[in-house]
Design a protein around this ligand. Structure first.
Ligand code: AMP
Length: 384
């Protein structure tokens, strides 16, 4: 790869949402050109940022080839493109893709992901592939009700997940998830947890950095807030960081990765999910860490040494600003949040707002854990 610190170096993003946008902003800081490929019509945060914008299908190599040839390196903002397609795109264009499609192949399917991490000694939630009504019943008998059904591929933010309380619900959810049409479905034991945690790791040939263990707070399966560091004992934070690094090594990851853990009521850490890309849990690192997850995304995939992941303040809180109204995108009543010292607003540039859509976020840094309540109160009146 040519020196990424050249003004004609082009980094390409497959996907044009807010994650690619925040990474692209960092690439611009490094003097790079940015190219983007999206499968959606206009309303996409990155397409307005660069003339090198391509559209087509993520499942057709021929659609992506022109984009790939315009790039010196390609990276992704989601994990929904088949690793085989990525491999063929890499071969056909000669442009490297990071994380490597072979790393993707180890985590793109939830069953394979769990097998990969179990093999590396990382505890995961109890699971089994279920193929019929008898399997569903057997899982309930073995692990108790309720439990979760998840499609092996393509789920996110709770889409593709169902909690089921009895055999009828399980059979209905199995059908709804496409289990009767040959989709692979996993049953997963219901975990009683005290906290949901996340850790990001940036890694490449120069080494790795690991971010603090933070807590993620979800409502209706969507992350609504993050507290960093997580309000849990330091030794558990350290253990989560170690597991996250081990997981990145297990897939020989080059890029930025995020790992979500459950801290069970018994004090055990279980890996729930991994993401081979920047993650909502790491948005606070833009101001809250010496090097943000987005800057380290760019550095790691371009072969530059990852920067320090140390925090810039003792505490950080991040509030996701989800759409409150169905309208063209606009933020109202943000004055209080903007006036706050060390409060930082990020608006993603999507054209339209819908209730629940991730539109913006707000980060507040401070000396103690009260930043979370303060951030929640400062953003409480915002309409978006
Ligand atoms: P996921 O799409 O797997 O990240 O799941 C979304 C959310 O569903 C998680 O953040 C948890 O709040 C909840 N969840 C997922 N799996 C489990 C589980 N095995 N036990 C309890 N809650 C879960």
């Amino acid at each position: 790869m040519k020196n990424p610190l050249s003004s004609d170096f082009t980094i390409g993003f497959l996907g044009a949402g807010q994650l690619a946008r925040m990474s692209a902003l960092e690439a611009f800081r490094y003097g790079m050109q940015v190219a983007v490929f999206s499968d959606r019509p206009e309303d996409e945060p990155v397409q307005f940022m660069t003339p090198h914008s391509f559209t087509g299908s993520f499942s057709r190599v021929e659609d992506m080839i022109e984009f790939a040839k315009a790039c010196d390196v390609i990276t992704l903002e989601n994990e929904f493109i088949d690793s085989e397609v990525l491999l063929r795109l890499q071969e056909a264009s000669g442009t490297p893709i990071f994380p490597d499609p072979r790393s993707f192949a180890l985590i793109e399917n939830k069953r394979i992901e769990k097998e990969t991490f179990e093999k590396a000694g990382i505890p995961v939630t109890p699971y089994a592939v279920v193929e019929n009504a008898a399997d569903l019943k057997a899982f309930g008998l073995k692990y108790g009700w309720p439990f979760l059904l998840k499609s092996s591929k393509g789920g996110y933010d709770g889409y593709g997940n169902k909690t089921v309380h009895n055999t009828e619900e399980a059979e209905e959810a199995f059908r709804k998830l496409g289990g009767d049409k040959g989709r692979e479905i996993l049953a997963e034991g219901f975990v009683n947890f005290t906290h949901e945690l996340a850790v990001q790791v940036a890694r490449n040939e120069h080494g790795h950095v690991v971010y603090p263990c933070c807590e993620t707070i979800q409502k209706n399966h969507i992350c609504v807030a993050v507290k960093s560091p997580a309000p849990i004992p330091e030794e558990i934070q350290k253990k989560a960081q170690q597991l996250a690094v081990a997981a990145t090594e297990a897939i020989d990851g080059k890029g930025i990765f995020a790992y979500e853990f459950f801290l069970t009521t018994e004090g055990e850490l279980l890996l729930n999910e991994s993401a081979p890309r920047p993650h909502n849990s790491g948005h606070y690192t833009i101001e809250g860490a010496l090097t943000s997850q987005f800057e380290n995304h760019v550095r790691a995939v371009c072969g530059l040494p990852p920067g320090s992941a140390e925090m810039t303040a003792p505490h950080a809180a991040m509030i996701n600003l989800l759409g409150t109204d169905d309208r063209s995108a606009r933020i109202d009543r943000a004055e209080e949040a903007l006036l706050e010292k060390d409060g930082h607003l990020h608006f993603y540039g999507k054209l339209s707002s819908k209730p629940g859509r991730k539109m913006a976020h707000y980060t507040l840094l401070g000396e103690d854990a009260s930043v979370y309540d303060r951030a929640a109160s400062l953003t409480g009146k915002i309409r978006i």
